[in-house]
Design a binder for this molecule. Structure first.
Ligand SMILES: Nc1ncnc2c1ncn2[C@@H]1O[C@H](COP(=O)(O)OP(=O)(O)OP(=O)(O)O)[C@@H](O)[C@H]1O
Length: 263
């Protein structure tokens, strides 16, 4: 394990009450039957930070995300979100926590039978106190403007390109004003130009909404644009942490392999 991470854990133990971190994970483990998927995961996400997690297929990225939002229960370790241990939360608290965490999944999964407007109304109407149509309009317009697609408000998802659907998916997540954003391979399946637009949008969102984000990707162009810091996941453990430039020149072959595949 990278020495910077070890130092990080020590700091974490000393600062468990620090509001500086929105997410603190220590020595997290998760296995299925006899297969250990997360072996020893420690990370801290700072308020307002974009943390890129580089990981290859099958190395535990999705399992990590599911643990963070309480969809999977870790076997061991500490997982604190907004300074609360997730395993201590009751059902209502967990629901409230999930409301404050936004996801952008690989497949934006819009409702095809609903217009863009209706897709954006949907998460707000599922809240305890649904808003009136008049209250919904400015919220919908604000997020559509944030993703640069105000014009698409009355379109159907089938009329949109893959990149536009991704933007609407992001708008639908942002409408609940999440404090933490989890981006699961946000550029997968998009052409390079659209990918680059989505990466820039992730940066815009960070600035506009002051979100703290984990961006899971193996798209190095996306990692380069969006990261404040990068961590590299290998077989359920973080094996390196640092800036894009530092990791690009890493002595570790596995770490370098992410960068080499883009050249
Ligand atoms: N519910 C589950 N039951 C059993 N095994 C699981 C379960 N969820 C994940 N796994 C296993 O854990 C390993 C890591 O899965 P995970 O979905 O986290 O991979 P990933 O890094 O997100 O890969 P990909 O990018 O392909 O989705 C895989 O071998 C998978 O088969």
């Amino acid at each position: 394990m990278d020495s910077a991470i070890k130092t990080g854990n020590k700091t974490l133990e000393n600062n468990v009450n620090s509001p500086e971190y929105v997410l603190e994970i220590e020595h997290l483990k998760k296995s299925f039957d006899d297969k250990q998927v997360l072996n020893d995961i420690s990370l801290k996400l700072k308020k307002g930070e974009n943390l890129v997690v580089l990981g290859k297929s099958g190395h535990g990225k999705s399992v990590l995300i599911k643990c963070i939002v309480g969809l999977l229960t870790p076997d061991a370790g500490i997982l604190k979100v907004f300074n609360k241990e997730i395993t201590d939360l009751n059902k209502d608290e967990l629901t409230e926590l999930r409301r404050r965490i936004g996801f952008l999944f690989q497949n934006s999964a819009l409702y095809d039978s609903m217009s863009v407007r209706e897709n954006l109304e949907f998460p707000l109407q599922r809240q305890d106190e649904p808003l009136s149509k008049e209250e919904l309009i400015p919220l919908i317009e604000e997020v559509l403007e944030a993703v640069g697609l105000l014009d698409a408000i009355d379109k159907m998802p089938s009329d949109l390109s893959g990149g536009m659907r991704k933007r609407i998916g992001l708008a639908r997540t942002l409408i609940l004003k999440p404090a933490i954003m989890l981006y699961d391979e946000p550029t997968t399946g998009l052409d390079p130009i659209t990918s680059s637009e989505i990466s820039l949008l992730i940066l815009d969102i960070q600035k506009k909404y002051n979100t703290s984000s984990i961006i899971i990707t193996h798209d190095m162009a996306c990692a380069k644009v969006t990261n404040d810091r990068i961590m590299v996941l290998k077989e359920g453990e973080f094996i390196a942490e640092g800036s894009y430039e530092a990791l690009e020149n890493s002595e570790d072959e596995f770490v370098r392999s992410f960068f080499e595949s883009t050249n």
